[in-house]
Write a new protein. Structure first.
Length: 170
């Protein structure tokens, strides 16, 4: 009888663990974790698609560049607010290029646009302080996006050393 109860308990525990694992983004769905804040691959993908559609840059933004903007956005907006220069969410939503989108911009896009509008309003000393702050952040970047380079304050794509560069045939 004890063996049956132990098996039932183990089965219930396994079921509870499986259900709880489904409640949040898995590590495979996570692009980055910054100071405990999860940035999902879906947020990065959707923001990349929407920003490239709305702004049609000559050279489209990469997912690593958009991830960089999402990593930095809350800190930029906060620094601008402390300096009394933060731009509002409504300023971000009023960007004319967003009219090109077939659906409303995602929260990630608005967060990026608000931070980009705010960074234009802060001085060099605040920008330097932000760079120092970015270098000290506790973050984990999904390796498929690259690594965070504190010197550049951005996610940089890195080629693993086990991948040899292609040589031209000839």
């Amino acid at each position: 009888m004890k063996a049956v109860r132990a098996s039932a308990t183990a089965l219930a525990l396994a079921g509870a663990l499986a259900i709880s694992a489904c409640s949040g983004p898995t590590s495979a769905q996570t692009a980055a974790v910054v100071e405990g804040r999860v940035i999902t691959e879906e947020q990065v993908r959707e923001a990349t698609d929407q920003i490239n559609t709305a702004f049609t840059p000559e050279k489209p933004f990469t997912v690593a560049q958009i991830l960089t903007l999402l990593v930095r956005a809350p800190y930029v907006t906060e620094a601008a607010a402390e300096a009394g220069r933060a731009q509002s969410e409504s300023v971000a939503r009023a960007v004319p290029q967003l009219q090109k989108l077939s659906e409303p911009p995602t929260d990630a896009v608005i967060e990026i646009l608000q931070a980009e509008a705010s960074v234009q309003q802060i001085d060099d000393a605040t920008r330097q302080e932000l760079s120092r702050q970015f270098a000290e952040l506790d973050m984990t970047i999904n390796p498929r996006y690259g690594t965070f380079d504190p010197a550049q304050s951005s996610v940089v794509v890195s080629r693993p050393d086990w991948i040899a560069p292609a040589t031209p045939e000839g």
